[in-house]
Design a protein. Structure first.
Length: 255
């Protein structure tokens, strides 16, 4: 069931949103060659503790998962698309990292993701990341009162397809509020003027994911969580928690 948030509730959601933004900034700063994804998880956990927040990721177990998620941060490296469990393998120069993080504070949730390169970037990776970010910006721009969910989906999908990239089938954004995942779902591709009407007080986690090889296919690894490209090409992920308001979209997970 979809809940429309009050103005006071949207203000309150800015608190976990800021924690999310601070954690992702700290993770990005710490990501150097030789640092492990588990080290990055520890950095994010430290930001949570300092803020007095908790994690909606740690211990989360949806129906598809064989085990609860064991970390506060998803770290997806190179051909991993999303839901990467942090490992002890050190990051290498040129790796592409997608970090996804959530926080619970004051009874509200925040969720965001960012992709970046470690050390010397590959030009192809920079184009891939820039496309994910442009798709996110297009989705946010479409998140206005009077539009529909399909307008967000269409805006995201148009940017990704025009760049020649794939979109993992069946994965996208979601409503967010008291819980990390709420109605409605927010696809990363769709038809304009279709779907749930956007109303003041809706809060959405908008999160395009792009596959560099152009295919929409993916596989789930043996850990039951990490989604990887089937062709070995690299992927990128960008996400913000966004409130739909009469004054336009309000990003709640910015610094």
């Amino acid at each position: 069931m979809m809940e429309l948030k009050t103005d006071a509730s949207m203000d309150a959601m800015r608190l976990p949103g800021r924690v999310v933004a601070e954690a992702l900034a700290a993770v990005r700063e710490a990501a150097k060659p030789g640092v492990t994804p588990q080290d990055l998880d520890a950095v994010a956990h430290g930001v949570l503790r300092e803020a007095g927040a908790t994690s909606p990721f740690l211990g989360y177990r949806p129906s598809f998962a064989p085990v609860p998620f064991p970390a506060v941060l998803c770290v997806s490296v190179n051909h991993a698309i999303v839901h990467g469990i942090p490992t002890s393998r050190p990051l290498r120069d040129g790796d592409l990292v997608s970090a996804d993080f959530g926080a619970l504070l004051g009874g509200w949730a925040g969720d965001a993701a960012v992709s970046f390169t470690v050390g010397t970037p590959r030009p192809a990776d920079l184009r891939l990341i820039a496309t994910a970010e442009r798709a996110l910006a297009a989705g946010i721009e479409a998140a206005v009162v009077g539009n529909r969910i399909g307008d967000i989906a269409h805006a995201i999908g148009t940017v990704c397809r025009e760049a020649g990239y794939g979109i993992p089938h069946g994965f996208g954004g979601h409503g967010i509020g008291r819980q990390m995942h709420e109605d409605p779902s927010v696809p990363n591709e769709g038809r304009p003027r279709r779907g749930v009407p956007l109303r003041h007080g809706m809060v959405l986690a908008i999160e395009p994911m792009v596959i560099g090889g152009g295919t929409d296919d993916y596989v789930t690894t043996a850990d039951g969580w990490t989604l990887c490209t089937t062709d070995g090409s690299r992927a990128a992920h960008a996400e913000h928690t966004v409130a739909v308001t009469h004054d336009g979209p309000r990003v709640l997970t910015s610094l």
